[in-house]
Write a protein that binds this ligand. Structure first.
Ligand SMILES: [Zn+2]
Ligand SMILES: [Zn+2]
Length: 186
């Protein structure tokens, strides 16, 4: 085996369609906060190709009845859904409550098609530029950041797939949208 062979990515099989791809997403079926069931042998993470991954995320979104703020994914390390209720009273280092201001209202409509919108797409500019190294992340609220849009499930998926394609993201860990209650993906 030549030295350069080490650098070539071996194709891996998608665990849904069985086809081979150079890159796959790791879809972890367990809700991020649910540490008890994280070890469940029935819920093992699956490696999925981009098409199968997007199909699974769409199914999750269509089954979800509450509202979600999606922050444009930027890093392949991980992307997870969390409910705002999980953070309450925890005194987390990062304050996620400003993201709550981006939740759609009951009468909010999709910026692209005018249907009812349950999702908000927020661009990376929602993160405040930090002044000091090592400072915890800070988020802007809706008054401080105009780069967001309300979307229906169809157009949210369109935005999400375009974004991961443009940024060539393959998630090393993706925790799904499950349960109920307003939340955010980040
Ligand atoms: Zn596949
Ligand atoms: Zn729409």
């Amino acid at each position: 085996m030549g030295f350069l062979d080490f650098l070539k990515a071996k194709p891996k099989s998608c665990q849904s369609c069985q086809k081979e791809y150079p890159n796959l997403h790791k879809y972890n079926p367990i809700y991020f906060e649910n540490k008890e069931t994280r070890q469940s042998p029935l819920l093992i993470p699956r490696l999925l190709c981009n098409d199968c991954f997007l199909r699974q995320v769409k199914e999750d979104i269509l089954n979800y009845k509450d509202k979600i703020v999606f922050i444009e994914p930027q890093l392949p390390e991980g992307y997870s859904f969390r409910k705002f209720a999980d953070d309450e009273g925890k005194g987390n280092k990062v304050d996620y409550t400003p993201l709550k201001t981006f939740l759609p209202q009951d009468n909010s409509t999709c910026n692209k098609c005018g249907q009812t919108a349950r999702f908000t797409w927020v661009f990376g500019t929602v993160i405040k530029d930090s002044q000091f190294r090592g400072e915890p992340l800070k988020f802007k609220n809706k008054d401080e950041c105009s780069e967001y849009k309300y979307l229906c499930a169809e157009h949210l998926m369109e935005e999400f797939s375009e974004s991961i394609k443009d940024n060539e993201l393959f998630f090393m860990e993706f925790w799904p949208i499950k349960g109920f209650g307003d939340g955010y993906c980040w």
